[in-house]
Ligand binder design. Structure first.
Ligand code: TYD
Length: 246
């Protein structure tokens, strides 16, 4: 019929058998087949999804469930978190969240979060998006804008400027913002474990809540609010709907 055939070695048949049957090329893996078929065409970029919310809103559980769901649908998913997500950034995390570091000033805190993010974008997030993987990140630059920029009072512009070289143009396609009453969220978190340096401050938690609400109002297209008061299943159903939409 005038159509070229490609022999796939990950099914049945040996290279000799496929070549003698007239295969124009023989490949050993699906990745090699993709490369051959797409040639120099640019790969489709992966989706970058972030989860945000005040401390204790249940993000981590939902991140796990969403990752499972996306994998069931056939996506390659990279699950990661901030601060942290790669060895250098995890070391910065240990320092910036250490409840014993009582003297850390707000600018140092903001710079440490940004430093951790720079390495994380460089080592994990950008490469994954460029490979076409879906990246699911528990907190990203919105956390810095909310916690350091607004709740600590450094200002959104300053914190955005500090983070510009860290983010380096990589912004989430969609942000799931889990919201619940801040007092309830604090109690929930306290029942789980001792608070870290940032969680220990109740007044900060209330400002964080307000700042997240303002973020959702400023960017309603990207930042989708999820009501995090219901059961785990109710919350994950809302998230599935939003993600299915994109
Ligand atoms: P973590 O234990 O990961 O909290 P959670 O499970 O609620 O995400 O700790 C991260 C803490 O660091 C959390 O209090 C939010 C804060 N944070 C910032 O203040 N700025 C940032 O840029 C990031 C990423 C986190």
């Amino acid at each position: 019929a005038g159509v070229d055939g490609i022999g796939a070695l990950y099914g049945y048949g040996t290279r000799e058998e496929l070549q003698s049957s007239g295969a124009a090329a023989v490949v050993e893996s699906i990745e090699a087949l993709t490369k051959l078929l797409l040639g120099g065409l640019p790969m489709e970029k992966g989706l970058f999804i972030t989860l945000e919310g005040p401390d204790g809103c249940g993000k981590s559980t939902q991140a796990r469930l969403l990752a499972q769901r996306l994998r069931q649908l056939g996506h390659r998913v990279v699950e990661t978190r901030e601060p942290g997500g790669c060895p250098i950034s995890e070391r910065i995390r240990a320092l910036v969240l250490d409840a014993n570091e009582k003297g850390m000033c707000d600018v140092t805190e903001a710079l440490l979060f940004a430093a951790s993010r720079a390495q994380h974008v460089h080592d994990v997030i950008r490469p994954a998006i460029e490979r076409g993987d879906t990246v699911l990140c528990d907190r990203f630059v919105d956390s810095s804008i909310v916690f350091q920029g607004e709740a600590r009072g450094l200002g959104r512009e300053l914190v955005a400027a500090i983070n510009a070289p860290a983010v380096d143009g990589v912004m989430p396609d969609i942000t799931l913002l889990l919201m619940m009453d801040p007092i309830e969220a604090i109690c929930r978190r306290r029942a789980e474990r001792a608070p870290d340096r940032i969680e220990a401050d109740d007044a900060l938690a209330k400002r964080v809540y307000e700042a997240y609400r303002a973020l959702a109002q400023r960017e309603p297209k990207r930042v989708r609010v999820v009501d995090a008061c219901g059961s785990v299943e109710q919350i994950s159903a809302q998230i599935r709907l939003i993600v299915a939409d994109i």
